[in-house]
Design a protein around this ligand. Structure first.
Ligand SMILES: NC(=O)c1ccc[n+]([C@@H]2O[C@H](COP(=O)([O-])OP(=O)(O)OC[C@H]3O[C@@H](n4cnc5c(N)ncnc54)[C@H](OP(=O)(O)O)[C@@H]3O)[C@@H](O)[C@H]2O)c1
Length: 305
């Protein structure tokens, strides 16, 4: 398959491109981070421009378009709501129209943050979202804009961690590098989430495409933990000092700009039934993250700038 990936310099897009390249032709789109020595082709484009976005499908003629580009920093979204709305809400709608017109499969990446976190237990696809900040609000608008015009599109609400160009795009990396440097870090004990290791997520998304799934899916681990526990588990797996992680309540954290949901736990039951498989639990994801690190995968990613 020819797989076009926007946001190919981002945490998710880069890992998707690297993972898919063995069996498929990946074509990456980046904006301000041109990459070097990649095993797939990279093209620079500003997707804030509607005409650039609308020209993509005609230009690259993919079989599948996985749209990962976004303004994904929740605090920046609060400060620049206009850019957040354009990239997270309007752009997905333009892309969905073009994919529909050219009969190209669109996979649109959304977020677990669309809910307010007040539910007891896991969120299902039919639960009513109630986004708390600009990031979540604009991502929800993006989902709706996609599904309104493209019934074949797949919208995946995700949460993931892995290795990124900046070395700090995911919480797992931030814990890892902070502890490796012997520094202290806060871990929220009252924010619960169910992230997947990004390479596991890449493989699940590919299976969903191969099965021709469409519509809205929660694509997260079936197991959840607090962000503090996540940090402690990383410390233990990598043999680092877990006492450097200071437990704190998010409600006490004065250093955050955007409001955050405390229950980010999604139910992946629908995708598990569709694929007839369980998605990785927290230990399985962490083991693979650790093994990839030991095999030099993180260094490989860091060397691509
Ligand atoms: N990280 C998470 O845990 C998480 C959780 C839930 C959902 N998500 C969603 O997953 C997707 C990927 O997130 P991520 O963490 O991989 O994001 P990221 O690391 O912040 O990367 C964002 C990507 O978007 C590109 N981009 C930004 N502005 C652009 C523009 N004007 N034109 C073209 N490209 C542009 C960036 O390109 P340059 O860097 O080259 O400028 C970069 O490749 C997003 O939809 C996000 O909302 C992420």
């Amino acid at each position: 398959m020819r797989i076009l990936i926007s946001g190919a310099s981002g945490l998710l897009g880069l890992n998707l491109g690297l993972r898919f390249t063995a069996e498929h032709t990946s074509i990456g789109l980046v904006h301000s981070h041109p990459l070097k020595e990649l095993p797939f082709s990279i093209n620079i484009v500003d997707l804030n421009e509607e005409k650039n976005a609308r020209a993509l499908i005609d230009r690259y003629k993919p079989d599948v378009f996985i749209h990962c580009a976004a303004l994904a920093d929740v605090d920046v979204c609060e400060k620049d709501p206009t850019r957040a709305r354009q990239l997270n809400a309007e752009l997905p709608g333009w892309l969905a129209e073009e994919c529909e017109r050219h009969a190209v499969k669109l996979v649109h990446i959304s977020t677990d943050a669309v809910f307010d976190g007040r539910k007891e237990g896991k969120y299902q696809e039919q639960d009513t979202p109630n986004p708390l900040g600009m990031y979540a609000q604009t991502k929800l608008e993006g989902e709706r804009n996609v599904l309104q015009v493209n019934s074949a599109a797949l919208v995946a609400r995700v949460n993931f961690y892995g290795f990124s160009l900046s070395r700090k795009r995911s919480l797992a990396e931030t814990f890892l590098h902070t502890l490796q440097n012997g520094k202290t870090m806060y871990g929220f004990t009252d924010v619960i989430f169910s992230p997947l290791y990004v390479i596991d997520l890449a493989e699940v998304l590919l299976k969903m495409v191969e099965k021709q799934l469409s519509g809205l899916y929660h694509v997260t681990s079936p197991e959840s933990q607090s962000k503090y526990a996540f940090g402690v588990n990383i410390a233990q797996r990598f043999g680092l000092d877990q006492s450097l992680i200071q437990p704190i309540l998010v409600t006490e954290a004065t250093f955050l700009t955007a409001p955050r949901s405390q229950n980010l736990v999604l139910d992946p039951g629908k995708v598990q039934r569709a694929l007839k498989m369980n998605l990785p639990n927290q230990q399985e994801g962490l083991d693979r993250f650790y093994q990839d690190y030991e095999n030099g995968f993180a260094q490989r990613i860091y060397s691509l700038q």
